[in-house]
Design a protein around this ligand. Structure first.
Ligand code: G16
Length: 538
């Protein structure tokens, strides 16, 4: 086996976004594209020589081929060991758990998360640091800089590694260990939650439906929910991971998990419905006739997390991404712990979790997690809901109603304008940005703007600064509208408009969210000129 040094030239567009590099699968499959990016990672975090790396992905089309390339490049760059999930599969939270559990030097996760897969879908790759979390901006910046000046990459000329059988083999000078990640992950969950109470709850007739959306969480959910907790066979549906997610869009939200929503709002609905995304880090929670927004889920979980044995000592703080509703802040205030508002992207929670400043984190984009790993964790959130329901005997609707009565309700909605013209979307943002200084004090649709800014964040732990993270229009305690361009799309631009309104009065907490938010929606449209600038009505 010989190490080949291949001459290459920079390829445009290899700039990591909100969560690693995402591009069309066919782009990733172009000769040299993956190789350039992988060598740029190795050069940024290296030397890789002598290190142990975790490698795995969500199983989407090109996952297997890409892993073989990455392994041969790791071997050629002198890595001592690669730990790979069986068949190349690792959910993102499991990858984080394995990186931490085995004390490795980080890992490469192949995933485009909730984006559709297949040859015509999306693909992605990111590097996670030894603490288990996504590389912070300093590292992704160095990776990008390398992609702009790369001249060669190294790869071993060798046959493929067999990833189907557990155990160890060699690839040149590197050991390759194929592991069963489900076991490590299940051990971790068992240490956090009251499995006995959840098992007893299922035994007493509690029913749930978990839609794995033909993505990577299926095997984990089956092993834990059906295997260990005694949920009846068939509780987990669409459990087999498929390279194209069965043609579906593996994003757990009411639109793409429509069948689950129909079941949960239909006759004889189970007690709990849940779903997770392509790589298993996102989650959706829906009770019988009660959808839980991710922002509410974070707040409810934070308020009740002490019911799970792994968190019985309480929490040190709560962190949420800026566009996530302020519901979590109200819980933090009630508990007397700090709350943190970070830019969008799980990587911004890492320093807070490492420093012990926050225990639980969450994002409006269907992500919740804690200090148990350094990624958001879909199945963890579902198990915490199960633990809370088993401990309290309350339904999802009752838990929500109790929470709103105690803390007030933050009506919340996100409107996405997908695949719009990039220049038009950037123009809309630039124009809003230019008017920020003049907005405070002005009244619109009966709401008074108290603050308007372009969100910037200084990390309280390491002092790093992130600017231009989204435009906030704040209407006092009453409401908020946030404008942001997505950092995970692969075509054109996606404008996200995040809308929230606070309602402290329990008698008025039962409105339909779009109706409750009507004045905020109208204000956002008027201020940004969405219809005129983007040519979209909805
Ligand atoms: C990724 C990040 C999340 C972030 C989300 C936002 O999610 O990991 O932390 O909230 O992107 O996406 P956008 O920039 O499109 O609003 P995922 O699940 O795609 O990895």
């Amino acid at each position: 086996m010989t190490v080949k040094t291949v001459t290459t030239t920079p390829i445009e567009g290899q700039k990591p976004g909100t969560s690693g590099l995402r591009a069309k699968t066919r782009v990733f499959m172009q000769p040299g594209y993956l190789e350039n990016f992988v060598q740029s990672i190795f050069d940024a975090v290296g030397p890789v020589a002598g290190k142990t790396l975790v490698v795995g992905g969500d199983g989407r089309f090109f996952n297997r081929r890409a892993i073989q390339t990455i392994l041969k490049m790791a071997a050629a760059n002198g890595a001592a060991r690669a730990v790979v999930g069986r068949e190349g599969l690792l959910s993102t939270p499991a990858a984080s758990a394995v990186i931490r559990h085995l004390r490795t030097d980080g890992g490469l996760i192949l995933s485009a998360s909730h984006n559709p897969g297949g040859e015509d879908g999306d693909f992605g790759l990111k590097y996670n640091i030894p603490a288990g979390g996504p590389a912070p901006e300093g590292v992704t910046g160095a990776i990008h800089a390398n992609t702009l000046k790369i001249t060669e990459y190294r790869i071993l000329e060798a046959g493929d590694v067999d990833l189907s059988a557990l155990g160890e083999s060699r690839l040149g000078g590197m050991a390759v260990e194929v592991i069963d990640p489900v076991a490590i992950y299940a051990d971790l969950m068992r240490s956090l939650f009251d499995f006995d109470a959840i098992r007893a709850h299922f035994a007493a007739g509690f029913r749930m439906r978990f839609d794995a959306m033909h993505a990577v969480t299926g095997p984990y959910a089956r092993a834990i929910l059906e295997g260990e907790l005694g949920a009846p066979a068939g509780t987990v549906i669409n459990a087999a991971p498929l390279p194209d997610f069965g043609g579906g869009h593996p994003d757990p939200n009411p639109v793409y998990a429509a069948d689950l929503m129909a079941e949960m709002f239909g006759p004889d609905a189970p007690d709990l419905g849940a779903a997770s995304d392509g790589d298993g880090d996102r989650n959706m929670i829906v009770g019988r006739g009660a959808y839980v927004t991710p922002s509410d889920s974070l707040a409810v979980l934070a308020a009740n997390i002490h019911l799970a044995p792994g968190y019985s000592g309480g929490i040190t703080g709560i962190a949420r991404s800026m566009p996530t509703s302020r519901a979590a802040d109200r819980v933090a205030a009630r508990l007397g712990v700090p709350s943190y508002e970070t830019p969008t992207g799980w990587k911004f929670f890492g320093t807070l979790l490492d420093a012990g400043r926050a225990t639980i984190c969450g994002e409006e984009s269907a992500g919740t997690g804690s200090n148990h790993v350094r990624e958001k964790d879909g199945l963890w959130a579902v198990l915490l809901w199960l633990n809370i329901m088993a401990a309290t005997g309350r339904s999802v609707a009752e838990i929500l109603a109790d929470h709103w009565a105690a803390h007030g309700r933050d009506y919340y909605s996100r409107h996405d304008y997908e695949g719009v013209d990039k220049a038009a979307a950037e123009g809309l943002m630039d124009d809003l940005r230019a008017r920020l200084a003049s907005l405070p004090g002005s009244e619109i649709e009966g709401l008074t703007i108290t603050e308007a800014d372009d969100f910037a964040y200084t990390d309280p732990v390491d002092g790093s600064v992130a600017t231009s993270q989204g435009i906030r229009l704040i209407f006092g305690d009453t409401a908020r509208a946030v404008f942001r361009l997505s950092g995970t799309g692969t075509v054109g631009a996606t404008l996200r408009v995040y809308l929230e309104r606070f309602e402290p009065d329990p008698a008025r907490q039962g409105e339909e969210p779009q109706a409750a938010l009507a004045p905020v929606i109208a204000a956002a449209h008027t201020l940004a000129g969405i219809r005129t600038r983007l040519g979209r009505e909805a």
